[in-house]
Write a protein that binds this ligand. Sequence first.
Ligand SMILES: *[C@@H]1O[C@H](CO)[C@@H](O)[C@H](O)[C@H]1NC(C)=O
Ligand SMILES: *[C@@H]1O[C@H](CO)[C@@H](O)[C@H](O)[C@H]1NC(C)=O
Length: 434
Amino acid sequence: MYILQLCLGLLFINCCVCRMVHLSSSDNAQPESNPNNEYKQLQIIFEAKNLEFGFPSESERQAVLNDGRYNPHSVLPIDVDVYYSPKNGLPSIFVTIPRFGPGTPYSLAYLTDVQRPNGTELQPYPSYEWHSSHGRDCNGLTSVCRVHIDPCGRIWILDSGEINNVQFCSPQIVVIDLGTNQLMHRYRLPAGTFKPTISRFVTPYVDVADPPPKGLCQRVFVYMADATGFGIVVYDVMNQHSWRIENKYTYPDPDFSTHTIAGQSFELLEGTIGVTVTPINLELPRFLYFHTFSNELQMAIPLNIVNNRSNWNNGLDSVLSKFSVLGKRGVQCAASAMTSAGVLLCGHYEPIGLFGWDIRTPYTPENRILLAHNPIALQFVSGLKVIKNPWGREEVWMLSNRVQRAFTGTINFNEINYRILRCGVDELLQGRPC
Ligand SMILES: *[C@@H]1O[C@H](CO)[C@@H](O)[C@H](O)[C@H]1NC(C)=O
Ligand SMILES: *[C@@H]1O[C@H](CO)[C@@H](O)[C@H](O)[C@H]1NC(C)=O
């Protein structure tokens, strides 16, 4: 485990060095042919050559640029989530930028309407002060990889507490009410549920068993993927307990540590990344679905087993027989999301696009449907959400980021690297224009 972790550390150091060397080089740029409707056209919400950060003042921008707290060429957006205000139906769009090194000025932001040279300006959320200590203030946010906005209008922010595996703070979940922007709840992971300097918590999934309009939004479980500690932490919010799931199925498979996207390869041996659960209204037994990043297996385990703390006292052996390998994908996929009708979505590397699988069918190649083929716009879908809009329709939101270029130091800042895209779930499933 230590050796794996070392490799991850080295990977990021290498990648920063490469980036500096290749900064102004565009010889790796491949010409992007005009898709000519050959590929699925998605609604473009955001496109950027690079992220453009807004600051409280121009002098603050200069200060952090000068001392390295902001390095425009070392920031990588990972996740997107959306909150439609019930007052006016307008969306607030959130973006995460985890801190893999010192150059990320803030790690959770929202999109503004302000246009800057390389893309739309971001602003920090909930405020600049929550981020500006870069790990020294554990009441702030240290590094956020993904978030989850629940049906009750709350954003659940999963903060890994580390920067480049220096564990500044305990990992934590911070919950903010998006109607008032007030802090509602904070939970710091207790010792034993994470591995300091090894764990990196990357994905939260929030399951509300009593959603509105009838429910009180109190019966909540959060499932947190620990990609580099190779586990899942379950947080029972009502009872204020958490426990760790870790076994051979939450580990990566070395045969899938080489990631090849659009002809470029990088090495990454990471564990659990995608976690979702069966929707509550389907009258099906409920399952936690998960997969690890460097692996081809799609896994499932009954939710009542996951949610019962007393099942998890035997370490790697705990209820191992309750885990099902649903099938093998033959290729990696990153973030996943589930529609309310039970279609599990994931962005695959080859062919490059968004795939959907109906959870009532066997996990076979015929049942994994290519819903959106687009090797230009969907080179790496690292953020994926299914959102119900104020008009009652479900939408898929994606953030794509060309991670293979970031990891190999070959980002070409003259082309579009980051996109936020949208399409209706029905439009995707029925093959209609978005
Ligand atoms: C925006 O693009 C210009 C020209 O490529 C570059 O000089 C500048 O550093 C970029 N700014 C950011 C924030 O990436
Ligand atoms: C939790 O699991 C234990 C066995 O590990 C079982 O005895 C108990 O009944 C379960 N509790 C619930 C509420 O299902």
